[in-house]
Each structure stands twice: as C-alpha cells, then as structure tokens.
Ligand binder design. Structure first.
Ligand code: 4AD
Ligand code: MG
Length: 459
C-alpha cells in the first residue's frame, strides 16, 4: 500500500499487517535491533521500520544500504520513539533492488550545487521531493482555478511561424543538414526548401494563438513549455520554462489585475492546504517566515502603482543604485527588490513606457505609455507580465510598422480586430517563478526537474 494512505488513516491500521514497497533513506542498527527510514514517495515523511533478532534475515537486513528498493511486511504498532506516533515491526524484508556503496545521496546535508550535478537522484532528498510535489500540486491548483471559472484549456502550438516576444528570443528549428544547406539565388539559406516551406521557430509565448480562442470562448488559458534563447545567467531565467497564459475577452487592465490577484491567492491557499508537511519544511529550512508571508498575501490587497510612480519612489529612495532608475527604462532587479520590500508584498506596476514593451499592448490616451502590467513579488521578482491588448486595428498596424514586426505572418492575428474584435486582456505567469515564490527556493535551477540554462543542458 501507499505510505500516504497508511499515515493518513494510521489508527485504522494499528495492529494490522501491511506490505510496503519503497526505498531506504537510512538504516541505523545496533547488535540486536535496527531502524529503517522508509520512503515510497507518496508521502513527504518517511515511515519507520523496526527490526530485531526475531527477524530471520537480521544480519542481511542490518547490512541493507541507503537507496535500496525493498518490499517489507509487518505489523503497525505504536512507536516508543518521539519522532513518530506509529512504526512498522518488520516480519519480512525482501530486497528488490540493491544500492551501491558509492550511492551519492547519503543521509547528510548535501549542497544544492552538488545535487544539481546528480539531478537524476535529487528528488530523493527531502528538499527536492518537497519542491517537485509542490510543483505538481500547484499545476493542479492552476487548472482548478481556471476550470472552475469557465475557462477553456487551450493548447497553443509549440512549433510556430508567429513572433510574439521577439524572434531574436526564439529557437529556430530546421530539418536541414548544417553541412549541406540549400541556398537561394542570393546565396542565402533557402527556407522554402525546409519541411514547412518557411522559417519556423519554437514558441516563446502562446499568447497570440490564445487570443484567437479568447475571441470565441471568452476565457482561455494555456499551460505549457516555453523556450527562449536569452543568455541570462540569473537565478530567475531559464531557456526552457513553463508558462500559464490566460486571455480574457471583455476585460480591461484593472480586470486582469483582479484576476491575477484572485488566482494567486487561490493557488497559495490550495498548495498550503494540500502540502502542509512540505510547506512546514520550507518554512523551517528554506525561508524562515514563509508561511506567515503567504498567509499575509492571502489576506492582503495588492498594491497597484504606475511605472512613473515606481520610478519616482526609487529616485526618492536613499539608495546608491547600480542602475539609476529612469522614467523611460525598465526596472532592474535591485529596483524590483526595493519596491516589493517597501510595500512588503506583491506589487502591480502598470502603464509602462511604450518603447520598452511589446507591440500588442494597448496604447494609453497619453500616447506615451501602454496598458501593460507586471506583478512583482519579493524573491522571484517579475512573477507575471500582462496587458490589455491593442484592439484598434489601425493603431496595432501602426505600432507593428514602427517596431518592424513583420505583418505578413500575423494577418490572422491583426484580423481578429476586424472580425468582431473587442477589448481584452491577458497575462503570462512564469510557473518556475511561482514555485520559487511558494517554496522560498531562490534559484530557478532548483524548481525545474532538468534545468536548461546557458552552457548547461545536462541529462
Ligand atoms: O513578460 P513575458 O515575456 O510576457 C509574455 O510572454 C506575454 N506573452 C505574456 C502574456 O501576456 N500572455 O513573460 C511572462 C512571464 C514573466 O513574468 C516571467 O514570470 C516568465 O514568464 N518568464 C520566465 N521565466 C523563466 N525564465 C525565463 N527566461 C522567463 N521569461 C519570462
Ligand atoms: Mg515581462
């Protein structure tokens, strides 16, 4: 049976014989008895197996190495130890898979850097086991939130010809042999001869396709892998990450902020309810005060300020900046940190200078700013980027021309403004940054199973 089911109804199993299959986290013994910390992955805590000389294989069992896979049968009894209420008194132990002397995950503290090197084994440690369960539960929370609010889950294509966040950010794909590239008359690579008859990319955002479905389902969301080529060696950037991109018709920028706030509170609540042991662990060993922080977020109203006011706040701060805050520029990491610490919680920054934001954002009446909004949180920085979309056909085309966005590939997108277009908004939530925020783990490489970052594509 699963250790989770056993532990959650432990009283029911008192005095009963059960069989468990799982792995040895630790095996401590003396001459007459021993304890195995047994973990089958269904439950955060290991279950204690006790064995003594009555067991006919006592000598063999006392030599079982950490990491081994076992089947154990025994009776569930009250424990005399103080770390657990119950334990199993083993009546038989069968080794299903032995482990070696050089097994890297020994019962001691390992650094996260070392564990990254053995990424295929790291979910066997408490920290990573907790992180990746929270990741799974948070994914479910996201589906629950959107499905229960009438959204359609939309699968945006992974291979695309459309350019959303800048084609320089996108991986190109080809079937060509790099040593024998077909050329056109001008000597340029002839993509007409490639599989799709044109240049193709791996998606850097599902938003543009998402908008097509929002224009008939009213509310949609995507949830899938996203790839970007940026060479950012930071704790919050990866070249492969997961993104959730809701798109909502008949919704303006204030409305989309309401949705972001409600969604985030729902996810926090859901994860805290479903993963109490994991959250307790993070609170104790990863980020002290994490639970209090999240509880406060659940009950707070998020601050909403304009980019202009954010810069003003930064300029007035008595801080020596590495990057001087500027009314026409983006907000740097150090600025994000200051703002979230200043307000002590998540902060929406809206109405950004148009020249530092994407072509699809709605131009405000001042003709200088766009109705874009980023949600900044302590630790993970920019957690969400979103906007109201430009729904005026002429203004959109004008902006695309100004920004050199090729229109031919996006006729279907601009046409949405001609065929029953309406005001609408959406956002992108970086899933890894969400997990960082929920767990307190401060490096994106430690919240995605197999991180892909510049110069690193192991496993
Ligand atoms: O701000 P971004 O680039 O916005 C978009 O892609 C829009 N199309 C979203 C939309 O409106 N539908 O990315 C959205 C979020 C960021 O706020 C961040 O959380 C995450 O995606 N993100 C990354 N996460 C990890 N590594 C990277 N390299 C990331 N780039 C963006
Ligand atoms: Mg952004």
């Amino acid at each position: 049976m699963d250790i989770k089911d056993l532990c959650e109804s432990i009283k029911k199993y008192e005095g009963k014989e059960v069989t468990l299959e799982g792995w040895v986290r630790n095996n401590r013994n003396q001459s007459n008895f021993g304890f195995i910390d047994f973990n089958d992955g269904t439950y955060f805590k290991s279950f204690q197996i006790v064995y003594d000389k009555d067991l006919k294989d006592f000598d063999m069992v006392s030599k079982i190495r950490v990491g081994s896979a076992l089947r154990v049968c025994g009776k569930i009894v009250k424990s005399e130890g103080s770390n657990q209420s119950h334990e199993m008194k083993a009546t038989s132990v069968e080794v299903l898979g032995d482990s070696s002397e050089d097994y890297p995950i020994q019962p001691k503290r390992h650094t996260r850097e070392f564990l990254r090197e053995v990424a295929y084994l790291r979910p066997r440690t408490n920290l990573f086991n907790a992180v990746f369960r929270v990741r799974s539960v948070a994914a479910q929370a996201i589906h629950e939130y959107f499905q229960s609010h009438n959204y359609v889950y939309f699968h945006s294509p992974i291979i695309t010809g459309a350019d959303c966040e800048g084609s320089d950010q996108m991986f190109k794909i080809t079937t060509f042999d790099f040593n024998d590239l077909p050329k056109d008359e001008k000597g340029k690579v002839d993509f007409k001869k490639d599989l799709f008859g044109k240049k193709a990319y791996i998606t850097g955002s599902g938003q543009l396709h998402g908008e097509t479905f929002a224009m008939c389902y009213k509310k949609i969301y995507t949830f899938g892998p996203t790839m970007r080529t940026e060479k950012s060696n930071t704790k919050t950037h990866a070249n492969e990450f997961w993104m959730i991109e809701p798109e909502v018709a008949f919704c303006d920028i204030e409305g989309i902020m309401d949705i972001e706030e409600e969604m985030l509170k729902f996810i926090i609540n859901y994860v805290m309810e479903k993963c109490p042991l994991e959250m307790e662990f993070f609170d104790k060993f990863v980020e002290k005060g994490l639970i209090e922080k999240l509880n406060k977020v659940k009950n707070s109203k998020f601050v909403r300020i304009t980019h202009h006011d954010a810069i003003k706040l930064l300029k007035e701060a008595k801080v020596k900046w590495e990057f001087e805050p500027d009314y026409n520029e983006d907000i740097a990491k150090e600025h994000e940190r200051y703002i979230t610490e200043y307000y002590d919680g998540p902060v929406f920054i809206k109405d950004w200078p148009k020249d530092i934001k994407a072509f699809y954002m709605k131009l405000n009446d001042d003709n200088k700013t766009v109705a874009g909004v980023d949600l900044e949180v302590p630790g993970a920085g920019e957690l969400i980027g979103g906007s109201q979309r430009e729904d005026d056909y002429d203004k959109l085309i004008k902006r695309m021309k100004e920004m050199n966005i090729p229109q031919d590939d996006l006729v279907w997108y601009t046409n949405l403004r001609r065929f029953g277009g309406c005001y609408h908004s959406g956002f992108g939530l970086g899933f890894e940054r969400l997990i960082m925020y929920l767990t307190g783990v401060d490096n994106i490489r430690d919240v995605i199973p197999y991180p892909r970052t510049p110069n690193s594509c192991d496993y």
